[in-house]
Design a protein around this ligand. Structure first.
Ligand code: NAG
Ligand code: NAG
Length: 188
């Protein structure tokens, strides 16, 4: 199953090189947010910038997190497609090891391996920096990164600082793109 998943993902990478970031080597390991408080992190976050993600097709991308009584986080990702259709997907996020609360795993399809969701840095009220990286076949990795904001925009200085955090951990930000957060009024 793991091997099949790896092969499919690798194949997918070659077929869609522009839709995700494939690199030689092993995943960078950035430091994560100290004393991460998942409860303070709940609510809606808007995407400001990201590395290419084949599973995101539209604009106005946002994520809404809700902490459930069992400690599992309900995740709803939403975006607006070019034809004006709202595209939403629901999943879960959970902390695997209570000693590492900023390292979560997200899962949108039951029975498939989850994806890493590392909270590299957040102040809970303004910005969040997420990193997700998976090693394949021992010599390849595919990574994703998102700069999120409580508002649809973030001050340029904050964005620059967060990009700097990625760079200083050896993560390439060359392919970061700015998310279109205009014309999102129809969403809600
Ligand atoms: C949980 O994280 C701690 C701190 O990083 C580590 O020492 C421990 O081995 C981890 N436990 C498991 C089950 O992975
Ligand atoms: C969020 O940004 C506002 C405006 O810059 C600032 O006043 C506030 O202190 C920030 N929140 C945190 C937790 O740093």
């Amino acid at each position: 199953m793991q091997v099949l998943h790896a092969l499919l993902l690798t194949l997918g990478s070659f077929l869609a090189v522009n839709a995700q970031s494939l690199h030689m080597g092993r995943c960078p390991v950035p430091p994560v947010q100290q004393n991460f408080d998942v409860a303070k992190y709940m609510g809606t976050w808007y995407e400001v910038q990201k590395l290419p993600a084949f599973f995101e097709l539209g604009k106005c991308n946002q994520a809404t997190y809700t902490l459930q009584p069992d400690g599992v986080v309900k995740v709803v990702n939403a975006e607006l497609l070019s034809d004006g259709i709202l595209n939403a997907i629901e999943g879960t996020a959970r902390v695997k090891n209570a000693s590492e609360p900023a390292i979560l795993e997200v899962n949108f399809f039951e029975g498939t391996p989850g994806a890493p969701y590392w909270v590299v840095s957040t102040d809970y009220e303004n910005y969040s920096l997420i990193y997700s990286c998976t090693n394949y076949l021992g010599f390849l990795y595919v990574d994703f990164a998102w700069i999120m904001s409580r508002a649809r925009t973030l001050p340029e200085a904050t964005v620059t600082e967060l990009l700097g955090k990625l760079t200083s951990s050896g993560i390439s930000v060359k392919r970061m793109t700015v998310t279109d957060q205009t014309g999102c009024e129809d969403m809600v």
